[in-house]
Design a binder for this molecule. Structure first.
Ligand code: AMP
Length: 414
């Protein structure tokens, strides 16, 4: 089904061509007509599936055809500043060929509120916002939600995970009851399903995440490695494969700084990326990475969402993610939009049981590799894992033990 079958405005079709989209992705094929029909929508879609354009295109079509200017009829809520910027950029570029000028307000915290207040004077057509900053702006009477007729929750699972549940409820209470609701999420934790039940009306369900043909093409590998050998292994992999762009995930802000420094000492251009950096610094790091001035970003999970880097070839889990959902979000940074990608997880001392649980949830079973020159010396790894299933550097607590028991059970075929 080509884009022309959706009866989109010529200006939008032109913008689609300019962006180089040949055909709609699976989610676009289903979401565009549903949104144009005015239905509520609940879409299970990974980043990389083309979900941003899946809602931006029909929303722009509807906005372009509506007579009421600058009344903030569309509100798109997102969990991170990066995602807000990315959605804003997509809207702007798709609207470029329309005769009607789009006034877009992209609102997020971590930067001065005054320019955003100034920008909102005279209204805006579409609001893209993180919840906290939007509430601040509402409190200051800079913006009103009274005319919103379409609400989009993008990456809704992460909105809840980032502790936005309260803010979300406050915002929902400020919106007109009569409205179209579009919910996009890669995963559906129970808290989200409950929320969805509360405010969605007979939604159209779209699930492209399980559609094998549309799944990102990501080769997943697991390398067993001694904890202290992880940085040398990382250096080795980067150099031997001559990767130009690598996204490395660590568990803490401190670890991202440390690993980045060690890589720089080995003459590999690397920068940390985490929530404590200023917005200016984060933007700069991303721009440098995209332009090839930085080879490696070492990030916390703040970066697992909201970053869209074309052709990112490889993601490395230096530290394992806490949950299976985080694993999915992290590896989703590669293999986007039809490109193939590589995701490597380091399994170090004490992490085997934790990774087995991730594998179970992901429905995968990866071969454990050891690389020549980086063989594991900690012979107690397997025994310790079998006993405790703990996470590195920690005495196993009740949860760890339960996790180990679960993993044991899964593998004994009970
Ligand atoms: P998203 O899932 O929205 O984060 O999009 C992932 C990437 O896919 C972005 O770089 C988009 O520009 C790109 N994209 C979106 N729709 C299409 C399409 N129909 N054809 C090719 N690429 C697309």
């Amino acid at each position: 089904m080509p884009f022309t079958s959706f009866q989109l405005h010529d200006g939008l079709l032109q913008a689609i061509r300019l962006r180089g989209y040949a055909n709609p992705t699976a989610i676009q094929q289903e979401a565009i007509p549903a949104i144009l029909s005015g239905a509520d929508l609940i879409a299970c879609a990974q980043t990389g599936s083309g979900k941003t354009a899946a809602f931006c295109l029909p929303l722009l079509q509807l906005w372009n055809a509506s007579p009421a200017p600058r009344q903030a009829r569309v509100l798109i809520l997102v969990p991170t500043r990066e995602l807000a910027t990315q959605v804003g950029d997509t809207l702007r570029s798709l609207a470029l060929q329309l005769a009607k000028p789009l006034k877009l307000a992209v609102l997020f915290g971590g930067v001065s509120i005054n320019p955003q207040m100034l920008h909102l004077r005279g209204g805006a057509d579409i609001l893209v916002a993180t919840p906290g900053r939007l509430l601040d702006l509402i409190r200051q009477n800079a913006v009103s939600l009274s005319a919103v007729s379409t609400l989009v929750l993008d990456e809704a699972d992460r909105l809840l995970e980032y502790g936005f549940a309260d803010e979300l409820n406050q915002l929902l209470a400020l919106l007109p009851a009569e409205r179209q609701n579009l919910l996009f999420s890669a995963t559906f934790p129970s808290q989200l399903s409950e929320l969805a039940q509360q405010f969605l009306h007979s939604p159209v369900h779209i699930n492209v995440a399980t559609d094998a043909a549309d799944k990102p093409d990501i080769l997943q590998r697991a390398i067993v490695i001694d904890t202290e050998q992880r940085t040398p292994l990382l250096r080795h992999l980067i150099n031997s494969h001559q990767w130009k762009q690598v996204l490395v995930f660590c568990a803490s802000r401190y670890a991202t700084e440390l690993v980045a420094v060690k890589l720089r000492k080995a003459r590999i251009a690397a920068e940390p990326f985490h929530g404590e950096l200023s917005q200016g610094k984060r933007t700069q790091v991303l721009a440098d990475f995209k332009a090839g001035r930085i080879r490696v970003i070492v990030a916390t999970d703040v970066a697992a969402r909201g970053i869209d880097i074309n052709r990112l070839p490889v993601v490395i889990n230096y530290d394992l993610p806490r949950s299976s959902d985080d694993y999915q979000h992290r590896i989703g940074r590669t293999g986007r939009a039809g490109e193939s990608g590589l995701a490597i997880s380091f399994i170090s001392t004490g992490n085997e049981a934790h990774f087995r649980l991730i594998e179970k949830r992901q429905n995968i079973a990866l071969e454990r590799e050891q690389l020549a020159g980086f063989e594991v010396t900690a012979t107690e790894i397997n025994a310790e894992d079998k006993l405790h299933g703990g996470i590195k550097g920690k005495r196993p607590n009740k949860k760890d033990k339960l996790r180990a028991q679960l993993a044991e059970k899964d593998f004994s075929g009970d």
